[in-house]
Design a protein around this ligand. Structure first.
Ligand code: NI
Ligand code: MN
Length: 229
């Protein structure tokens, strides 16, 4: 299973041969200048919530790739109004079976206004259950006790958690979150993009390591090959 990082909270993960692109914010991210969004041809685009730094490139990439956008009801409807052709509306707590596996839209403790001020529904994250691996993409969230439910639903092989603090949980809270979801392989996201979320990466990796967990911070453009043991 290949996991490619495109900066901020954007990952492309290939699940059973389908390309899933999460939270595309690339062209507006100065750290991701090396990435040309024209080369991205996902089958699905998963948008966790309506904020610009998660949705900015969704319309352009959906148009060029004919991807299906998966998000909450309000966000998908907004995207369909803005030229996206294919969308799949979900809402908090719901699960649907796609051709690559199951997606459960899980609540996040955050907000979700769309770039033009439209109502963006409730923010979420995605629990992906597939024959290759189960994983959790948290989106933007603070630490919340609800995360314990994920650890009870299913074993998680890896998770994408925000670690930049200020807008989301911090490194220390992400360690607690990884306990709650019973997952010790964490890909960090939502850090360094803006001045108020710059972190000390070595310190963060050390903190996870001392807690008996692995924090993986990919370079932008880097691909990690995950093999289920
Ligand atoms: Ni946000
Ligand atoms: Mn954000």
């Amino acid at each position: 299973m290949n996991i490619t990082y495109y900066g901020h909270s954007c990952f492309e993960i290939i699940v059973n041969g389908k390309k899933l692109l999460f939270d595309p914010f690339i062209s507006g991210n100065p750290l991701a200048k090396s990435i040309n969004i024209k080369q991205l041809k996902p089958d699905y685009i998963l948008v966790s919530h309506g904020h610009e730094d998660h949705i900015a490139d969704a319309i352009a990439i959906a148009k060029q790739s004919d991807a299906v956008v998966i998000s909450n009801f309000e966000i998908v409807n907004w995207l369909l109004k803005h030229g996206v052709k294919k969308g799949h509306q979900m809402n908090i707590g719901g699960k649907f079976t796609f051709d690559f596996g199951n997606v459960k839209y899980f609540n996040a403790l955050h907000s979700s206004g769309l770039p033009d001020g439209s109502y963006g529904g409730n923010p979420g994250g995605f629990l992906i259950q597939s024959t290759e691996a189960n994983f959790y993409f948290a989106g933007d969230t603070g630490l919340t006790y609800d995360l314990k439910l994920i650890g009870e639903y299913m074993p998680i092989c890896f998770a994408m958690l925000p670690i930049g603090n200020n807008f989301t949980m911090s490194v220390d809270n992400a360690i607690i979150a990884s306990e709650m979801i019973k997952c010790s392989k964490i890909f960090g996201m939502h850090y360094d993009t803006f001045p108020n979320i710059v972190i000390d990466k070595n310190e963060a990796i050390g903190k996870f390591s001392r807690a008996g967990k692995e924090l993986i911070l990919l370079n932008i453009g880097e691909t990690f090959n995950f093999q289920k043991k």
